[in-house]
Design a protein around this ligand. Structure first.
Ligand SMILES: [Mn+2]
Length: 354
């Protein structure tokens, strides 16, 4: 039996539901395996049904073998209502955090059951990864590592940020990625002080920092990594900033193991950056979990007191950003373990001067 479904069903009593509807695409992919763009799962204690339309009947039959596949036909509400009747459902859970106000109006009018919000129940189940998920994340991150090695041979004075971003994308897709985790960030020179800069037609110049934050999707799972390099010789100030960020990152990594709160791990890196005098220049959290989505909870952040568990996958990405000067970020993606961590990113981190 599908143990993900078992985990969800074990929550039914606590949630006060007899069945749950799942419409959010990462949630239904996680529970069923179906990766298409339109589906609703109906999961009761004894039955799991995937309702989709004509376009996806054949695909969902292949991808979601544990589920009974039903064509929604002309009214998905009729299909759900007949399941509600068959299965004798009184309280029907729904993903309130993914339901718009207007959609709620429609389902509360059309469905013959009491609707119960399940909040982030499925997202919480998704936090601790299975071995097959870790395998996809490992593969996705290794494609990123290969792309970084490749791009070092591509970057030179006169190449634009957009050209670098495009080269990264082509490389990752050729290496087997299904897509990008997010639009790649390539920021050079003074643009690198913007943590989420959009690649522009600015040409890389001698003396520029070049920060590249990118990742790809492999079988639905996202990778994420950041490296900053210098074109030409680094100045003393560039070295000082780079080494401060690196030191913060390495110290946070050494701290990681299960049982620690997210805000504690964040504080290790933040203290090093503050002590070096750059506290105001690190305005984002240290890291986020990753999986089917690029940004998942919990976080390494001053606001997150979630205790990390074994086999959560999380990024460690401190940075220093100085407007008018430039910035540095170094990001790895790691698996939290009971006695430490496994780093999925293997690209070098000592300052590279191209
Ligand atoms: Mn990240």
């Amino acid at each position: 039996m599908n143990s993900k479904l078992e985990k969800l069903r074990n929550k039914f009593d606590k949630l006060g539901v007899d069945a749950i509807l799942v419409k959010e695409s990462n949630n239904y992919k996680y529970l069923s395996g179906f990766g298409g763009t339109s589906a609703t799962l109906f999961i009761s204690k004894n039955k799991q049904v995937l309702i989709t339309d004509f376009r996806y009947i054949e695909r969902s039959t292949k991808e979601a073998p544990d589920f009974e596949i039903v064509n929604q036909g002309s009214s998905i509400y009729d299909v759900i209502n007949s399941l509600i009747k068959e299965e004798n459902i009184t309280n029907l859970g729904f993903e309130d955090t993914h339901t718009t106000y207007s959609d709620y109006g429609v389902i509360s009018e059309k469905l013959n059951a009491k609707l119960i919000p399940i909040k982030e129940t499925i997202e919480v189940i998704r936090r601790v990864k299975y071995e097959e998920e870790l395998e996809c994340l490992r593969k996705a991150e290794s494609i990123g590592d290969q792309a970084f090695t490749h791009i070092l041979g591509f970057i030179k004075e006169g190449v634009t940020e957009l050209e670098i971003a495009l080269e990264l994308e082509f490389f990752m897709r050729r290496a087997g990625a299904n897509g990008l985790s997010f639009d790649s960030i390539v920021a050079s020179g003074i643009n690198s002080s913007m943590p989420h800069a959009v690649p522009s037609d600015k040409k890389v110049e001698k003396g520029d920092f070049v920060t590249m934050d990118f990742g790809c999707i492999y079988k639905g799972y996202c990778s994420d990594m950041t490296r900053t390099i210098v074109v030409g010789k680094a100045t003393d100030k560039q070295k000082e900033i780079y080494n401060t960020v690196l030191n913060a990152q390495l110290s946070a990594l050494r701290t990681i193991k299960s049982g620690l709160e997210g805000k504690f791990v964040d504080s290790i890196a933040r203290e090093i950056i503050s002590d070096a005098g750059y506290g105001d220049c690190f305005g984002h959290g240290l890291g986020h979990c990753v999986g089917l989505e690029i940004h998942e909870n919990p976080r390494f952040s001053p606001a997150d007191s979630t205790v990390f568990e074994e086999n959560m996958v999380v990024t460690v990405e401190p940075g220093i950003y100085i407007p008018g000067f430039g910035g540095v970020r170094i990001e790895d993606m790691v698996i939290v373990k009971n006695d430490g961590y496994v780093n999925l990113t293997s690209s070098p981190k000592e300052l590279i001067e191209l």
